[in-house]
Design a protein around this ligand. Structure first.
Ligand code: WT7
Length: 637
C-alpha cells in the first residue's frame, strides 16, 4: 500500500503546510479520499469556535474498522496486525494477522450484540494490555458503540464517576492484569465501582490471570463462553455498522483544572483521517515496519498510535503487556531485539527511569533494527533526548518529539522523522493543518520569533475535540472561551528564531506526573475527603524521573501525634478516590495556607516553596497573614 499523502522531503512538508493553511478543505479532502468511505462527504468542513461547532466530512459515511481491517484483507491478510509481548518473557507471545484480527473483532462484535449493546451505547473498557483490549475497542467501533477506556491504574471511585457521567451500561474487563511482579485485580475493582452503579447491565470478563473473581448471576459473563456461543450459532460475520463521519467513536476522560475529569469526545471520520495521517508522516512509516508504542491503551497515545493509526495504515503494531524495568531494566531492549522493532515511541519518564540504570542493561541487545525514535507526554529534557538518541538510536535514528493532547486526537507539533530537522527539547514545527499561535495574557497574538506565550491553535484540524460528553458548555469554557476564536491548549510555549516551538509546560492547575495528566483540584478533593483533613493545596515540583512530583500542603484537625501514619492514611485515601497515579510524593502538614484577604490560596508561593526556591517568593504583602509563609518554609520536606 502506498500513502499518497506521505511527505518525503522538507520541501514537500512546507508545500503541504502552506496548502493546508491556504485551503484546508482542499487539503484534507484530498487526504481523506485515500480512505474507504461508504459514501463520500458532501462538504469537507463547517466550523465556528464560538459554540464551538466543528464538523468534518459532513454527510460522509464510513466505519473505521473497515479502514483498519477489511480494506487490508485483499493484499495484507497474512501480515501481522498485532504482535503481543506478554509481561512474563517466558510466556508465549502472540502474533495476530489482519485476517485473524478481522475475524476476532467480528466475533466479539457479535458478543457485544448478543449481550444487548447497540449503536450509540457507551461501553466502558477496563483491561490490561492484552490483544483483547484492542479487539474490544474495534468491536465497539464495528457496531457503532462508543467506547470509553479507563486506564487500569484508576480506582473504583474514579470508574464509578466515569460510568455515571457516560451512563455506560456495559463493561468489558479482565479478571486481573499482570504488570511487572504485580497482579492487579481488575474485576474486583469493577465490582467495587458497581456498588454505586446499579444501571450497569452486563460485565464481560476476559480470563487473563486466573485470579478468583465473583461473577454475579445475570450480570457477569465470561468472554470465552460468549465467544463459544457466537461460534455455535455458526455465523461469526458481523457487517460493519454504517456510521456518520460525525458520530462519536469514543469518549476518553482526562483531567482539567476543576475537580471533575471531563469526557473528551472524538468522532469517526476526522479522528481516523488525522490519526492515520500523522502516524504515517511523523514516524515516516514504511510498509513492513514494526511499530512499538509503549503507552497504555488507557491513554490517548495508545488509542491513536497503538490501535487506530497503525491499523488503519495497515502496519504491524506491537503491544507490550509489561513494564520497562521488569524482570530487569533491559526489557524494552529485549523486545526491540526480539521483534526487530523499527519505530519506538515512548515517554521521557520511561527514558529517564532507564537512564538511572546506566548503560549495562542495553549491552548485549542488538538495536540496529531501529529507524525512528519518538517521545511523547511531557517536555523531554536535553539530557534524556541525547541519551535516547545516542545510546538507543546509536546516533543513527531521528528522534521525533511529538507534542499533542487527549483533546487533539493526534500529534499537532513535531518534526517528521528524517524529513524535517529535529532540535533537542523542541517539538519543532506544526503538522500540516495546524496553525499555532502564541498569545499574551490579554489574548493578543504575539507576532515574530524568539518569543513566548500561551499556546493556542487558530483553525480546526480533523480530530479536534468535538464536545465534553454530556456538557457542551464545559467544552466551550475550557478550551474556547479564554481566547475567543482560538483553541487554548493550557500550555506555555517558546518560539525560536526559526519558528520552532518548544513547549514549556502547563500554565493552568494541571500537573504532568510521569506523563499522566492530573488536576491539582482533583487531588485536593481526594485529600479533603479524609476525615482528619481541614484543607489542602496541591502543587507540582520538579522530579528527576517523573518530570513533576505531587507536593501536598495539608491542614489537619489532629494528626494524633503520628504524622507518618496520617500521611499514609491520606495516601490511602487518594489511592481509593483517584488511584495510585495521583498519590502525593510529599505531604507537609501546615497550620495555615497563604491566602489573600478574599480567601484565595496563592499557589505561586506554594509552588516556589515546593521547588525549594525559598527567597524569591515575590510579593507577599497582599497576604492575609504573611507569617504563615515563614512557618511553611520551616516545615518544608
Ligand atoms: C499535555 C497533554 C497526547 C500525549 C500524551 C499526553 C504535555 C504532551 C508533550 C511534548 C511537551 C508535552 C502538554 C500537554 N505534553 N506531549 N512532546 N512536549 N509537553 O496527553 O494527558 O492529554 O496531556 O501533555 O503539557 O498539554 P495528555
Amino acid at each position: 500500500m502506498a500513502y499518497p499523502y506521505q511527505i518525503l522531503t522538507e520541501e514537500q512538508y512546507h508545500e503541504a503546510w502552506n496548502k493546508s493553511v491556504a485551503n484546508p478543505e482542499a487539503f484534507w479532502g484530498e487526504v481523506a479520499s485515500s480512505f474507504q468511505w461508504r459514501k463520500p462527504w458532501d462538504k469537507v468542513l463547517e466550523w465556528n469556535f464560538e459554540e464551538p461547532n466543528v464538523k468534518w466530512f459532513i454527510g460522509g459515511k464510513l466505519n473505521i474498522t473497515e479502514n483498519c481491517l477489511d480494506r487490508h484483507l485483499a493484499v495484507n491478510a497474512d501480515t501481522p496486525a498485532i504482535i503481543w509481548e506478554p509481561n512474563n518473557p517466558d510466556e508465549q507471545d502472540r502474533v495476530i494477522t489482519y485476517k485473524e484480527l478481522h475475524h476476532k473483532v467480528m466475533q466479539f462484535a457479535n458478543v457485544l450484540k448478543n449481550n444487548g449493546v447497540k449503536k450509540g451505547d457507551r461501553v466502558c473498557i477496563y483491561m490490561g494490555m492484552v490483544p483483547e483490549l484492542a479487539i474490544a475497542l474495534l468491536a465497539c467501533a464495528r457496531i457503532g458503540a462508543i467506547h470509553s477506556v479507563i486506564f487500569g491504574g484508576f480506582s473504583a471511585q474514579s470508574i464509578s464517576d466515569r460510568l455515571q457521567d457516560a451512563n455506560a451500561e456495559y463493561i468489558v474487563t479482565c479478571d486481573g492484569a499482570f504488570r511487572g511482579n504485580k497482579e492487579i485485580p481488575l474485576k474486583a475493582v469493577i465490582d467495587d465501582a458497581l456498588v454505586q452503579c446499579r444501571f450497569v447491565k452486563k460485565v464481560i470478563v476476559l480470563q487473563r490471570t486466573d485470579t478468583p473473581v465473583s461473577m454475579i448471576k445475570h450480570r457477569d459473563v465470561w468472554w470465552q463462553d460468549e465467544i463459544d456461543k457466537v461460534e455455535e450459532m455458526g455465523n461469526p460475520d458481523c457487517p460493519a455498522e454504517e456510521m456518520d463521519a460525525e458520530d462519536p467513536l469514543f469518549i476518553l476522560y482526562t483531567s482539567g483544572s476543576t475537580g471533575k475529569p471531563k469526557g473528551v469526545v472524538h468522532t469517526c471520520g476526522g479522528y481516523m483521517v488525522y490519526a492515520t495521517y500523522t502516524f504515517v508522516n511523523v514516524f515516516q512509516y514504511q510498509p513492513g515496519d514494526i511499530h512499538f508504542c509503549t503507552a497504555d491503551v488507557g491513554w490517548i497515545t495508545g488509542h491513536s498510535y497503538i490501535v487506530y493509526g497503525p491499523l488503519s495504515a495497515g502496519a504491524t503494531t506491537l503491544m507490550f503487556e509489561g513494564i520497562p524495568t521488569w524482570p530487569d531494566a533491559g526489557r524494552f531492549w529485549d523486545v526491540v531485539d526480539k521483534y526487530k522493532v523499527n519505530i519506538l515511541y515512548t515517554a521521557p519518564t520511561a527514558i529517564r527511569s532507564l537512564m538511572a540504570y546506566g548503560l549495562k542493561p542495553i549491552e548485549g541487545h542488538d538495536l540496529c533494527s531501529l529507524k525512528v525514535l519518538g517521545s511523547v507526554g511531557e517536555p523531554i529534557n536535553e539530557e534524556a533526548w541525547h541519551w535516547f538518541s545516542e545510546h538507543i538510536g546509536k546516533n543513527n535514528c531521528p528522534v521525533v518529539d511529538t507534542w499533542w493532547q487527549t483533546e487533539n486526537g493526534g500529534i499537532l507539533i513535531s518534526n517528521l522523522a528524517g524529513v524535517t530537522p529535529s532540535k533537542p527539547s523542541y517539538a519543532t514545527l506544526p503538522l500540516p493543518g495546524i496553525q499555532p499561535v502564541l498569545v499574551d495574557e490579554q489574548g493578543k497574538e504575539i507576532i515574530g520569533n524568539n518569543v513566548s506565550g500561551n499556546l493556542c491553535i487558530k483553525h480546526p484540524w480533523p480530530s479536534i475535540i468535538r464536545t465534553t460528553y454530556g456538557d457542551h458548555e464545559r467544552c466551550r469554557t475550557n478550551y474556547f472561551a479564554t481566547y475567543p476564536g482560538m483553541y487554548f491548549t493550557g500550555d506555555g510555549c517558546y518560539r525560536d528564531e526559526k519558528g520552532n516551538y518548544r513547549i514549556t509546560g502547563r500554565v493552568d492547575d494541571v500537573l504532568n506526573v510521569s506523563g499522566h495528566r492530573i488536576g491539582t483540584a482533583e487531588v485536593e478533593n481526594a485529600i479533603n475527603m479524609h476525615e482528619g483533613v481541614v484543607e489542602s493545596a496541591v502543587v507540582g515540583y520538579p522530579h528527576d524521573i517523573k518530570g513533576q512530583g505531587i507536593y501536598a500542603f495539608v491542614i489537619c484537625t489532629n494528626t494524633h501525634g503520628d504524622d507518618n501514619l496520617m500521611r499514609q492514611d491520606i495516601m490511602q485515601t487518594v489511592n481509593r478516590i483517584i488511584g495510585a497515579i495521583a498519590r502525593p510524593d510529599k505531604i507537609q502538614f501546615v497550620s495555615a495556607l497563604p491566602k489573600t484577604r478574599s480567601g484565595k490560596i496563592i499557589r505561586r508561593i506554594l509552588r516556589k516553596i515546593a521547588e525549594g526556591e525559598m527567597s524569591n517568593l515575590g510579593d507577599i504583602t497582599t497576604l492575609l497573614d504573611p507569617n504563615v509563609v515563614d512557618d511553611i518554609k520551616k516545615g518544608r520536606i
